[in-house]
Design a protein around this ligand. Sequence first.
Ligand code: FAD
Length: 248
Amino acid sequence: MANWQRAMMKVMRIKNYPVTVSSFEDLADSYRRITFHSPQAVEALEGFPTEWVRIWVPKLGAVDGRIVQRGYTVTALRKELDEFDLEFVLHEIPGAAGDWAKGVSPGYEMEISLTPARPKIPAKCEHLVLAGDLTALPAINSWLSYADELDTPKITVLLEDAHGSTRGFPQQEHAKLDTWTWVSPTPVLGTALAEELEQILRKESDVYVWGAGEKELVKRLRTVIKAHELPKEAYFTQFYWILGRAFA
Ligand SMILES: Cc1cc2nc3c(=O)[nH]c(=O)nc-3n(C[C@H](O)[C@H](O)[C@H](O)COP(=O)(O)OP(=O)(O)OC[C@H]3O[C@@H](n4cnc5c(N)ncnc54)[C@H](O)[C@@H]3O)c2cc1C
């Protein structure tokens, strides 16, 4: 079962934890929440916004037991029950993690590894803008769950999604949440989202931008951020997936 990804992680001293699937729930046709049980992993998880894990799933089409890792954001950490949830976008193009999530059964045992990646918690700012696509929804909700701790009075969510209906997608509420906008995509991914961000940055200067999602979409957000010369400490962006390419 060993392969280069696992070997690399061993070198980096990244530890694996056994987890068992407890249950799953379809929040929408394309969006599944899976609950995992693992006293060991839950003890190690911290519950900070955007905290994510690598799940190890069977490599697509592999008959030799090879597995691959994919990143997923932890939601709803329930320490008292030794449980946590991950939420999966069930995309149509075959993928190891997406297909695994589509066919999951309670009782399935697997391993996850934790990542040391911690987000930069924005310093005091007037406006926190959370932008991305559906893969960023769990992370955006995790920011909103943490909003009491944030030194900002106003939060905006901008989410570009092509599914047509947003029914069933979880939306965390918070008193600081000013606007939640589902942005309809134009043919070029991320253009409409970047335009929404542009509108905000044109009017306001004391803004922190967090953005994640498909690579080209995130690049378009970065272009707007750069054009407005936001200082490095006023934004964080991350590629979560690449259109037309398996993660690794
Ligand atoms: C830090 C981090 C946190 C993440 N958190 C989440 C999360 O909470 N929930 C979540 O759903 N995803 C999340 N992702 C994204 C997820 O890891 C990727 O979408 C991943 O590529 C899915 O793996 P796969 O094996 O299904 O597809 P892959 O084997 O990587 O790709 C196969 C094909 O599917 C396409 N594809 C992959 N993902 C999508 C998608 N979302 N929509 C449409 N097509 C796609 C690819 O372009 C490729 O053509 C996160 C990624 C990172 C790095």
